[in-house]
Design a protein around this ligand. Structure first.
Ligand code: IPE
Ligand code: IPE
Ligand code: MG
Length: 247
């Protein structure tokens, strides 16, 4: 049973969307076709998550390491991203979805950056539901960027080196104004984290599913949430401490 004070629906769900290439390969299609179908799954899951009561959805869309893929695949992914942003803006505005990103977006192609800026700007006043795309994201890079930002803040007198704490350090992460993920899902049967939200997922629950990302449905998301609801998150405490009333 989950602790009574914790919500049954995870407020923040983060997903490592994996398996587009294998989805295509299984059908004798080019990998990019898997990515195209992956974008369809992004659309479905963005609204499915909200329907199920999730407040924030973070999707790992492109890692720092993904630049090392063949150039034509990287180019096609960037093209798809630009196309997606162009097409989705109207939907986000209509359905009141706040859009934001985490990662070194400054290194993405200029066209992508332009659409990112517009989408973030035009949806920034929505408060009910947020979609976060992790783009050119890597957790180790994030720590390096945060350490640099923290050091600069110390030099500027805004942070004090001697009373450094997690609460002050986390203000320098890309996720400074975001809650930590409660549930992290990875599709495609891989059981690794691949440099995703390493620090923020310190106390997240994990669900690994064999479903390939293009096939991931609202029912699969609901199943992951049901699994989450059945767990006890102890945060270092004992089970008894979490349920004193029951004893
Ligand atoms: C996930 O699918 C999408 C990205 C990493 C951009 P993959 O492209 O990694 O699919 P597999 O793992 O090769 O099947
Ligand atoms: C993780 O998937 C990155 C994204 C989902 C964007 P990868 O397919 O790149 O991960 P590895 O290489 O299998 O660990
Ligand atoms: Mg993969």
């Amino acid at each position: 049973m989950s602790a009574p004070s914790l919500p049954a629906v995870p407020p923040h769900v983060a997903i490592i969307m994996d398996g587009n290439g294998r989805w295509a390969q299984q059908r004798g299609l080019p990998r990019i076709e898997g990515h195209r179908r992956g974008v369809e799954a992004v659309r479905t899951i963005t609204f499915a998550a909200r329907d199920l009561g999730v407040k924030m959805l973070t999707l790992y869309a492109f890692s720092i390491e993904n630049w090392r893929r063949p150039q034509d695949e990287v180019g096609a992914l960037m093209g798809l991203l630009e196309f997606y942003l162009k097409k989705e803006l109207a939907t986000f505005v209509r359905d009141r979805v706040r859009f934001r990103t985490i990662g070194r977006t400054g290194d993405l192609p200029a066209g992508v950056q332009k659409h990112l800026r517009t989408t973030v700007e035009e949806t920034k006043h929505f408060t009910g539901y947020t979609l976060v795309l992790a783009l050119n994201y890597g957790a180790r890079t994030e720590v390096v960027d945060a350490a640099r930002s923290y050091a600069a803040a110390v030099v500027a007198g805004q942070e004090k080196l001697n009373d450094g704490s997690w609460d002050s350090f986390r203000r320098h992460l890309y996720t400074a104004d975001m809650p930590d993920p409660d549930l992290v899902i990875r599709t495609s049967g891989e059981t690794r984290i691949s440099n995703f939200l390493l620090l923020q997922a310190a106390y997240a629950e994990f669900v690994f599913t064999p479903v390939l990302w293009p096939d991931f449905s609202k029912a699969d998301l609901a199943a992951a949430i049901a699994s989450f609801a059945g767990r006890e998150r102890r945060f270092g405490l004992t089970s008894e401490q979490l349920k004193p009333a029951a004893r």
